[in-house]
Design a protein around this ligand. Structure first.
Ligand SMILES: Nc1nc2c(c(=O)[nH]1)N[C@H]1C(S)=C(S)[C@@H](COP(=O)(O)O)O[C@H]1N2
Ligand SMILES: [Mo]
Length: 507
């Protein structure tokens, strides 16, 4: 910066944009919750991101990928804000016009989002206008401070105004965020909801399904710990009383189903392990729950799909789509239109009020949350959200096993110890797990009782841990005798494979 105004226009730009962004978030909370400026820009970035970027984001940040994206957007925005401030100080109107244009651009983007309401443009346009106005006001103060900034009191006044402006912006964003997190109508509706009793309850989970090993993954994943992966920056709010499912496309008979109609059907309860295709070997993007729902098979029977249909394209209220093989929804597996998860209504982040759960398939081809539409179609006619981005059309969950105990990188006390974990092959189930320490023989682990062929199973192997560094690996054998492959594959395009291997030191 050649002139003596130095950093002050940049600070004015940042404060103005923080104020605008805060106003946008606050107004969004009341006018258009899914269309806050951050939600709009973040949502568009998520949809535009190539497959490798999604993969990297999930690999680096796991289920915090959304937080990381928002931080990234904020950093870029602050840089833009500083530049706008400097530009405005040098070329009057340039920064103001840029900020207003940014707001209008984001507003237009908001209108193109799949879940856009009529006011989707408002939060962003308002944010841009507020930021532009605040920038001009702050720079007027800044000019008062004088180019040589000799005048200490007016310099201090500028600083106070700038900090105050930013602080109000932050406060508005916080209030907006709290408003959205706390008291949505749908949260209240969900909390008051009583799930119907299943006509077909899941068998009781035997005590022998859980091995007594401290630190092993529980056989049922509590809802609060269940991994969450989706493209929704703002969790969709779907009121059950207005929820409707439409089944159409290559069918003899269109079917629609309301929430009350769904609840009145004979519901089935069934445990199934759900895994994300982005789960690395040894990763934690996998969970196991008891789901309550209605078999999709029965609904498709009513619709009577055409003989040459082979795919069901499911769509969520937020525009996400998944393409599921028709066969997986009509064979005898418990593919459910689910409303309950571990005895509770689905948590909002897990698809309230209704989602799909299809045992044996990765989530991206089957587990549509906030689902409202099933179109019977063909794989050669329609594509889904992730298949459009380079992931495989079909996504059967691969045979895998994971070591939970000891944790990788931990120090283990020498002597009697235990190696334990979980293994899964939804569909056929797991018939065995083998463990190898260093270059030793593969040893048979003990298996817990499986709760079903669609769920993971715990395993353990007693281990005499000898002092030194050790490498431990495991592999599962499926119900049909297939041995888990040692071929290492990255998650893209159809799921990771290879043996989970950890290093531990024993001391
Ligand atoms: N509406 C919607 N449903 C979705 C997704 C999504 O992005 N949007 N992601 C899918 C993916 S990739 C996975 S792995 C599962 C994850 O379900 P969970 O968040 O309940 O664990 O949801 C699936 N259903
Ligand atoms: Mo996923």
């Amino acid at each position: 910066m050649s002139d003596s105004r130095g950093w002050r226009p940049a600070a004015a730009g940042i404060a103005a944009v923080v104020l605008g962004a805060g106003a946008g978030e606050l107004v969004a909370t009341f006018a258009a919750p899914a269309s806050s400026p951050f939600a709009v820009v973040g949502g568009a970035l998520i949809d535009l991101a190539p497959a490798w970027a999604k993969d990297t984001a999930i690999a680096w940040f796991g289920t915090s990928d959304k937080a990381a994206l928002l931080v990234g957007i904020a950093v870029v925005l602050l840089v833009v804000a500083a530049v706008a401030g400097l530009a405005e100080a040098r070329w009057r109107h340039s920064g103001v016009v840029a900020l207003a244009a940014l707001g209008i651009g984001a507003g237009l983007l908001g209108l193109t989002r799949p879940d856009a309401g009529m006011l989707a443009w408002l939060p962003s346009v308002l944010a841009g206008a507020v930021a532009a106005f605040a920038l001009r006001m702050l720079l007027r103060r800044e000019a008062d401070a004088g180019p040589e900034a000799e005048d200490q009191p007016s310099r201090r006044a500028f600083l106070t105004w700038t900090i105050g402006t930013a602080a109000i912006g932050v406060a508005m964003a916080v209030v907006g965020g709290l408003g959205r997190a706390g008291s949505t109508v749908v949260t209240t509706v969900r909390e008051a909801l009583k799930l119907p009793k299943p006509a077909t309850p899941a068998p009781a989970i035997p005590a022998s399904a859980s091995l007594d090993v401290p630190g092993i993954t529980p056989v049922i994943t509590p809802n609060a710990d269940f991994y969450r992966i989706d493209t929704a920056l703002v969790v969709p709010s779907v009121d059950p009383s207005s929820w409707k499912l439409r089944i159409h496309g290559m069918v003899a008979q269109e079917v629609t189903l309301t929430w009350d109609e769904l609840l009145a059907l004979p519901l089935v309860e069934s445990a199934a392990t759900l895994s994300c295709v982005s789960n690395e070997v040894g990763g934690d993007l996998i969970g196991n729950a008891v789901w309550l729902g209605y078999p999709i098979r029965e609904l498709l029977k009513r619709a009577a799909p055409d003989a040459d249909a082979d795919m069901v394209l499911s769509t969520s209220v937020d525009g996400f789509t998944a393409g599921t093989p028709l066969e997986a929804l009509t064979d005898d597996r418990a593919a459910l239109l689910a409303i309950g998860m571990n005895g509770q209504p689905l948590p909002l982040e897990h698809g309230f009020p209704v989602r799909m759960v299809v045992p044996g398939l990765y989530g991206y081809v089957s587990a549509t949350k906030w689902v409202t539409d099933l179109e019977v179609t063909r794989f050669d006619r329609d594509r889904a959200y992730w298949t459009d981005r380079g992931w495989s059309e079909k996504g059967p969950i691969k045979l895998e096993s994971r070591i939970d105990v000891p944790r990788a990188g931990r120090t283990v006390t020498a002597g009697d110890s235990v190696i334990a974990g979980v293994a899964w092959q939804p569909g056929t189930g797991v018939s065995g797990v083998e463990v190898q320490v260093d270059d030793g023989d593969w040893q048979q682990a003990e298996l817990a009782t499986a709760i079903s062929d669609d769920t993971w199973v715990q395993w353990r192997l007693p281990w005499r841990a000898k002092t030194g560094e050790h490498s431990i690996r495991c592999r599962a054998v499926a119900g049909d005798g297939t041995v888990q492959t040692d071929t290492i594959a990255a998650p893209a395009p159809d799921g990771a494979s290879g043996w989970h291997t950890i290093s531990v030191s024993v001391g």
